[in-house]
Design a protein around this ligand. Sequence first.
Ligand SMILES: *Cc1c(COP(=O)(O)O)cnc(C)c1O
Length: 395
Amino acid sequence: MNDTQYYPETLSVRAGTESTEYGENSEALFLNSSFRFKSAAQAAARFGGTEPGNIYSRFTNPTVTMFQNKLAALEGAEQCVATSSGMSAILACVMGLCSAGDHVVASRSIFGTSVQLFGNILKRWGLNVTFVSLTDPAEWQAAITDKTRLFFVETPSNPMTEVCDIRVLADVAHAAGAYLVVDNCFCTPAIQRPLALGADIVIHSATKYIDGQGRCLGGAVLGSKALMEPVYGFLRTAGVTMSAFNAWVFLKGLETLHVRMEAHAKNALALASWLETQPWVARVHYPGLASHPQHALAMRQQTSGGGIVTFEVKPRAGQTPQEAAWALIDATQLISITANLGDAKSTITHPASTTHSRVTAEARATAGITDGLVRIAVGLEHIEDLKADLALLTA
Ligand SMILES: *Cc1c(COP(=O)(O)O)cnc(C)c1O
């Protein structure tokens, strides 16, 4: 299938998959660890790389390969390396492309566990990391050393939904001989395609919107063949491989990606607009709102504002901001109190005491993550039911 011939929606449904001799119309699930050879000579040729084909599912598996090919078509990448989780995708990317003594510049506004991985674990193995402001290219420029290999961002960021100009950061990275890595988990290729905007590598936590229904853990690294070769080399040796079963679930998830992301974004925009009118809300953060500081940039870079809305609850007399946020969360009856996102079920969380509780209070303040902040990953329920659930406390 020629990926450039079809619209993205068609690629979601059709790209990357192949049927076996049985002609099944839905992808086959290959639950086998190893593959048999016709002869010792064929085994040698497979291992030697002179004959293409599967050897062992830590290296390749046909179901995982179909997932990789579909996601690569959607992101416009030459190659995709599927991993066991989003975190192992980031780990494989760094282990494949960096060595001890190398330097990474990362946005301060990234997933909490990514901060731990860079600032704590990889640091112990000799990687130097500088955290800078997502939205200020001058800080990225100033952080560059002669050892800088990677720039690492999430846009929009979690939980404040700040947006950076991918093209501008890519230019700054490239001028320094570094690569720009974008964790595209919040948008998915249905909303934003970072490689087309100049980024070199895309990271995914497939656990989120690619699955779409909160079932499996998985991740992916995407980019050029040359960049993915060492990433794949790390994966097949270290074994942070995606399971075939999870790849099969994600293949089904990707088929409905575009319709789901459109529905998530439609609900999120409606909810964000409604929240802005509520007297108990101090401030709403959503890239699709005209009041968002990077609204124009977001609308150039993305096809919608996405599915994540963050807002600050106004405390009542005698209430601390955290008490106000917790009271609102605890009053909901429909929305799930959980930190996961990208599910058909709407989820609600208090970042300061959950996902960002290990970040220092000072760093939280700098990032704008106040104690009154609440994050909602808007699901696919009817918008009126979501509004009613959030209005229970003040009703
Ligand atoms: C969840 C998440 C990750 C980590 O993914 P896992 O699949 O949980 O390992 C990385 N980046 C972002 C933006 C995430 O939301």
